[in-house]
Design a binder for this molecule. Sequence first.
Ligand SMILES: [Zn+2]
Length: 304
Amino acid sequence: MPELPEVETVRRTLNQLITGKTISRVSVNLPRILQKPDDPPLFAAMLEGRTFRSVERRGKFLRLVLDELVLVSHLRMEGRYGLYNEDDPTEIHTHVIFHFTDGTELRYKDVRQFGTMHLFFPGEELQAPPLNKLGLEPLEEGFTLETFRRALGKRPTKIKPLLLNQEVIVGLGNIYVDEALHTAGIHPETPANELKPKEQELLHSAIVETLSAAVEAGGSSIKSYVNGQGEMGLFQHSLKAYGRTGEPCLNCATLIEKSVVGGRGTHICPKCQRLPRSRRSAQGSTTVKQNRNAVKRRLDGSSD
Ligand SMILES: [Zn+2]
């Protein structure tokens, strides 16, 4: 699933590719991608004659800004955009095509068909689902240590599921949460309200550093992620915890362990990321067993 850095890479690429292009016609081959309006002829009619002015982002959603309209697009698992010439053969799983007046086309492909598109009048998109409940934007100036502390609040929730909650902070998925917690040296099951001020500070900067580095590298390509110009991301080469079960921690050489936290496969260095002393009693043998199982699963070729 693309995470914030991947979506940011798509945003930057699309912004270069389609800004200034005017839509002559829209073809919809799979109506279920359209959420608002969900009527393909109406969706097409609203867009025809409009020009893309910029491509922006809110969390993992793309905001494609046109004259007096905003198209909110979520790629979900496998959604891809690509710019083609109108006579290029149309590949399978191409569900929506924006035909431009200059003979090029923006095509939306989605093997899994989970992606969504919503059309709004400018400003309305932030007041309505799916964007209205989104939390802090970690790569914007407003993401200060203070706003982060306020978002963590007094919640007793384990820190990992809290960071995955898009209503608290947007754009962090399983990969970058594991990476940020490893960088900050925080155990994913630490209750958020038990983080010390210093740990909050380390986590805040780890989130910004991890995401910024991934954006610089063009996003990660754990599965089959490709950006808008067909380039594979490079960030998977610098992952420190995620997907490294059984490999040595880059800080201390202890083997990275895999367990399950909040239902998600979780990768930690048991030495760099210790649970607070008060929480440790229930741990122990199960972690070793889980890790052994994780190593076995890895040898079997399955993954999270
Ligand atoms: Zn370590």
